[in-house]
Design a protein around this ligand. Structure first.
Ligand code: SF4
Length: 374
């Protein structure tokens, strides 16, 4: 972004910055890193309007990291109650304890959050975004921030027809190397971070995304970036960021109906791609064409010397969460009775064929069994 556009952004922010309990009146003042960390963590998946009151109550009870580190999980959860995603609260407490412990070992009198991205990102619950927010807003370091608001603004401003989560390459970078989509977005974020008063540009962009460059109906007439925005110039603001591609994933694999000589079927409840904790048929993703002979992955479940017969039984389609499954079925009849020791990773048991419908309580296994014994 050009310096004249960033100047307009700063002017806009000074006039329009909302009054928030975690934002001091002086927008140039370095912020309390502890307050930045708590507010940014609360704001993940929660609206500003909801977070305000929670933040005020939290800071009254836990005004600094040392007070927080001495609290117990039960009390911390009480102050978090209603914000949801309790893993955030659990991680906050863990991090407070880790930081205070290392400060006390280093004989640092006043405990504070670390000052490097590496140290911050090593702490529970602190990812690239929160680390960037602490370093930029509190320590005024030239560090990048990339949250959903900035992604939306960059996508529109630069007319980017991909998302940071897209797997394909975003194209060649300046050195001629392929650049991932995430890297392309971070590159724009770093350009903002590499400006004087980057802390204000970062915060202003977050605010702009929240209040002006909204997902629906961006208010381009009031936007300080409208002089350089490509999506606006091309009349295509509705096209950026591109819609998230279907999260559905293809999965092709094999399910094994392993039958012992005394008519029992092998059930496993661990070490499988799907249905952890449930009795299911052993299954694995194809790493090679499984139609010829026994797939190598199958050998974990039986000894090749004990096979009476192997029969291909066809395939079925199935859906589990985001996975679109196409699964081949192999019926493997053994020469030995049930009871052979199977690798403990799979938590294996043997189920009488007559009891299969009851024991395999998932349609993935039942479809495979039906194909094997039709
Ligand atoms: S001009 Fe419109 S689309 Fe472009 S950044 Fe501003 S609000 Fe968003």
């Amino acid at each position: 972004m050009e310096s004249n556009i960033l100047k307009r952004l700063r002017e806009w922010f000074k006039k329009n910055a909302a009054t928030l309990p975690w934002r001091p009146a002086d927008l140039d003042a370095p912020r309390d890193p502890y307050a930045v960390w708590i507010s940014e963590t609360m704001l993940q998946q929660t609206q500003v309007a909801t977070v305000r009151d929670y933040f005020v109550k939290w800071m009254k009870r836990f005004p600094d990291i040392e007070t927080l580190a001495k609290a117990n999980e039960e009390e911390v959860f009480r102050y978090w109650q209603g914000l949801g995603y309790y893993s955030r609260a659990r991680n906050i407490l863990k991090t407070a304890k880790i930081v205070c412990e290392s400060c006390s070992q280093a004989h640092i009198a006043r405990c504070e959050m670390p000052r490097t991205r590496k140290e911050l990102e090593a702490l529970p619950g602190i990812g690239a975004y929160t680390a960037g927010a602490i370093l930029s807003l509190a320590y005024h370091q030239k560090e990048a921030i990339l949250d959903g608001n900035l992604v939306r603004i960059f996508a529109r401003f630069y007319a980017l027809d991909f998302l940071p989560t897209d797997k394909a390459s975003a194209g060649k970078n300046e050195t001629g190397k392929n650049e991932s989509c995430a890297e392309a977005y971070w590159k724009y974020a770093r350009k903002v971070a590499d400006t004087p008063k980057a802390y204000m540009h970062n915060e202003a962009l977050m605010e702009l995304g929240r209040t002006v460059c909204k997902s629906k109906n961006p208010e381009c007439a009031n936007c300080p970036l409208n002089g350089g925005c490509r999506a606006l110039a091309e009349g295509r603001t509705g096209e950026f960021p591109p819609k998230r591609k279907s999260a559905q994933r293809e999965w092709r694999g094999t399910a094994l109906v392993v039958e012992s000589a005394d008519g029992k079927l092998l059930a496993v409840s661990a070490g499988q791609p799907f249905l952890a904790g449930q009795a299911t048929l052993p299954h694995f993703e194809h790493s090679r064409n499984a139609t010829a002979g026994i797939p190598a992955e199958a050998e974990a479940y039986f000894n090749a010397d004990n096979i009476a017969s192997i029969r291909e039984c066809g395939s079925f389609r199935h859906g589990i969460t985001v996975h679109k499954i196409e699964c081949k079925v192999l019926h493997v009849k053994l020469t030995t009775k049930a009871g052979k020791k199977i690798d403990p990773r799979f938590n294996a048991t043997w189920v009488k064929k007559e009891a299969a419908a009851k024991k395999f309580a998932n349609s993935f296994s039942l479809k495979a069994i039906k194909l094997a014994f039709r």
